[in-house]
Ligand binder design. Structure first.
Ligand SMILES: [Cu+2]
Length: 697
């Protein structure tokens, strides 16, 4: 035979063999399909009917299950009149299946459908949720369970436990309220951090230290929720467990902004997996689960009784409860509502930790921030390939609670959208948290190592809780392509700017997505918010209007009395940092001598230690004015507002030789009857004393 023929024959045999192999693996992969509607649904969690959004007709959504090695095919049909989207949280999949509208995937159009299809390349407990607006808070979340091909853990039963938070109030309104006042829900949560409480709890030193460094008080949550849910109910029965059985609980925190302390009344929980990946098992009595994290725990019912699994919101404002087993109920211990007054995160280094724990116990504050992370240890080495170049990125977690803007390195997504990385590097994110809140930070499409002191066995996670005033370091091998979202999983923080796109250099986003984004203008994080008040009082009327986005503020402040005096001040203000802004505008005034002055003004505003707002202002005649303003929350409802101005008034323009000095001040006591209605008593150096009301809009 001719050699040409032999080689051709050989090629045929070899290629047939490979085609056979490929077919085998395709044949082996089972295709799991789901066909699911997304639609509005009327729910009633509080005694009031409210329109929610539901996937597959339920909240939480239909649990989607498959086995590692399967092909998962899910068709979603959007029956609503608004676009939606579904993101697969913690799943390694092709970029275009990730489900972030305009970034990786098209939105699921109002009235339209979208098909997902990807190979299931992992096992464990995960979840899925909407990535459009604040729809997740309205009900679009559910469990996603990928079973292992070979079960290594021994247990008799497994149950899914989906934790979430719910408000009847529309989440868009919740965000508008937070934009008006970052502490909007403090009263509802009974978490107002007043000076009365500072003295009551002898927390003066803490408070002074915090305000000296211009930090507001420690905060465990922004939103005051109506109810917390376990598998869609505030009280539920979990499975049909029998005493002695080993039960695997797949606990998923799908809440929009609540962390939960989870405790089981039947004894310790054995943590066997975190964020879907098995860890070295360890036992714990109680665990704090951050937003978007998942944990698998093993429990056993000691006797033939019912045992409570309780998930208490970290801020202590409520809990969701489930029972395992039948018979007389054994309840989990009540968790004392934490007292943020006594939490001093300015000295949270390991050596100080002991001290803090001690002082918290002395005040009967629960140790609800147990260090599960330190105990998390991978079952095999997670070391990154040492030959890869290392790319370090410092991402400070930053925020402005007063304006309710959350950001990385002081910039929101609308101002700086991408973190550029290269395929084949080991990327390390160093994240110092400069705020007084926890942030659950999540990266799409990757697992990262959390450097928690476990060395080569650092655990792999997709979501990590970064504690107030602490630094967390994560690292991962850049082994994907294109764009992946990286953000705080507190829905309201994500929406107001604490988001980035991790972009692989040299691989482009699908032009179809860019085009859709240009056409739809989803206006990510570029929203404008309005806040205003008016105070008719016996001696004067004053008012304030503020219309602002992330950096720009248009504001008008005015006051007048009933005899023709007035002052109106419209300005444009540009926020440079959390503490510093520039402004320019006009000042129009008529004083008690009927003298009218119209001045152009400009200057800067700066936040001084002890949270005193300072203003330096000059007008076009050279007059200079220094202003100081502060608010002290005295009790839950009573606050003191004070304002003091020194003016250097010139007889002649720009001639400082004969400047005369004037003092102006306003002091107010404001009693908040509701969030939008207050009683006011004031003394004003221009208008004398009086009283009245303040209406907020
Ligand atoms: Cu956050």
């Amino acid at each position: 035979m001719k050699p040409v023929f032999i080689s051709a024959l050989l090629r045929l045999v070899v290629s047939t063999f490979f085609i056979f192999l490929i077919n085998c693996s395709v044949l082996e992969a089972k295709v799991v399909t789901y066909d699911i509607d997304i639609d509005y649904k009327t729910v009633n969690f509080t005694g009031k009917d409210v329109q929610a959004m539901a996937v597959g007709g339920t909240i939480p959504a239909t649990t989607i299950e498959a086995t590692e090695g399967d092909i998962l095919k899910v068709s979603f049909h959007n029956k609503m009149d608004v676009d939606t989207s579904i993101h697969w949280h913690g799943i390694i999949l092709p970029n275009d299946q990730d489900g972030v509208p305009y970034v990786t995937t098209m939105p699921i159009r109002a009235g339209g459908s979208l098909d997902y299809e990807y190979p299931v390349a992992q096992s464990g407990t995960y979840w899925y949720h909407a990535h459009t607006g604040l729809q997740e808070q309205r009900g679009i979340y559910g469990a996603l369970i990928f079973h292992p091909q070979n079960k290594t853990l021994k247990y008799d039963q497994e149950y899914v436990v989906v934790l979430s938070d719910w408000n009847d109030e529309n989440p868009d309104q919740v965000l508008r309220n937070l934009k008006k006042d970052g502490d909007y829900y403090a009263l509802k949560k009974d978490m107002v951090q007043s000076w009365y409480k500072v003295f009551k709890y002898k927390a003066l030193w803490n408070r002074l230290k915090q305000s000296w460094t211009r930090m507001g008080p420690m905060d465990l949550s922004d939103v005051g929720y109506d109810v917390f849910l376990m598998n869609g109910q505030s009280q539920t029965k979990i499975g049909d467990a029998k005493p002695g059985e080993r039960i695997l609980l797949r606990i998923i925190n799908t809440a929009s902004s609540s962390y939960f302390n989870v405790e089981f009344a039947g004894g310790d929980m054995e943590v066997v997996s975190a964020d879907g990946i098995n860890v070295e098992p360890f036992k714990t009595k109680r665990m704090l689960i951050a937003v978007a994290e998942t944990y698998d725990v093993l429990v056993t019912l000691p006797k033939d009784q019912a045992y409570e699994l309780r998930a208490t919101a970290q801020d202590g404002t409520g809990y969701a409860s489930g029972t395992l087993g039948d018979g007389e109920l054994v309840t989990a211990a009540d968790i004392v509502k934490p007292n943020p007054m006594l939490m001093d995160h300015s000295k949270m280094d390991p050596s100080a930790h002991q001290e803090m724990d001690h002082s918290m116990m002395r005040h009967k504050v629960p140790l609800n921030e147990m260090d599960d992370y330190k105990q998390l240890r991978a079952t095999q080495s997670t070391k990154l390939p040492p030959e890869n170049p290392v790319h370090e990125v410092i991402l400070e977690l930053t925020g402005n609670m007063e304006r309710y803007v959350w950001s990385f390195n002081g910039k929101t997504l609308s101002e700086e959208d991408t973190i550029l990385i290269r395929k084949g590097e080991n990327v390390r994110f160093i994240m110092p948290n400069k705020t007084m809140m926890h942030h659950p930070i999540h990266l799409h499409g990757h697992f990262f190592r959390v450097l928690n002191g476990q060395g080569d066995y650092s655990p792999l996670k997709h979501t990590v809780d970064v504690k107030p005033m602490e630094t967390t370091i994560i690292e991962f091998e850049a082994d994907q392509e294109k764009d992946w979202l990286f953000h705080c999983h507190n829905l309201y923080h994500m929406k107001t700017g604490m988001t980035r796109i991790v972009r692989y250099k040299g691989s482009e986003r699908d032009p179809k997505l860019m085009k859709a984004m240009r056409e739809d203008k989803p206006g990510f994080f570029h929203d404008w918010y309005l806040k205003a008040y008016v105070s008719p009082q016996s001696n004067k009327v004053d008012g304030y209007i503020n219309y602002s986005d992330v950096r720009n503020i248009l504001e008008v402040e005015w006051d007048n009395n009933y005899t023709g005096e007035y002052e109106v001040e419209p300005v444009y203000e540009r926020n440079i940092t959390r503490f510093f802004s520039l402004f320019a505008g006009g000042d129009f005034e008529r004083d008690d001598d009927d003298e009218v002055t119209n001045h152009a003004i400009w200057g800067f505003r700066y936040v001084l230690p002890l949270l005193i707002d300072f203003e330096y202002r000059m007008d076009h005649r050279g007059n200079i004015q220094l202003g100081f303003e502060t608010t002290l929350q005295l009790t839950d409802r009573l606050q003191f507002n004070g304002e003091y101005e020194i003016e250097f008034e010139l007889e002649d323009r720009w001639n400082y030789d004969d400047a005369h000095i004037e003092h102006d001040y306003v002091v107010e006591l404001e009693y908040r009857v509701t969030k939008n209605f207050s009683l006011i008593g004031n003394y004003d150096s221009d208008y004398r004393g009086g009283g009245g009301v303040r209406l907020r809009f």
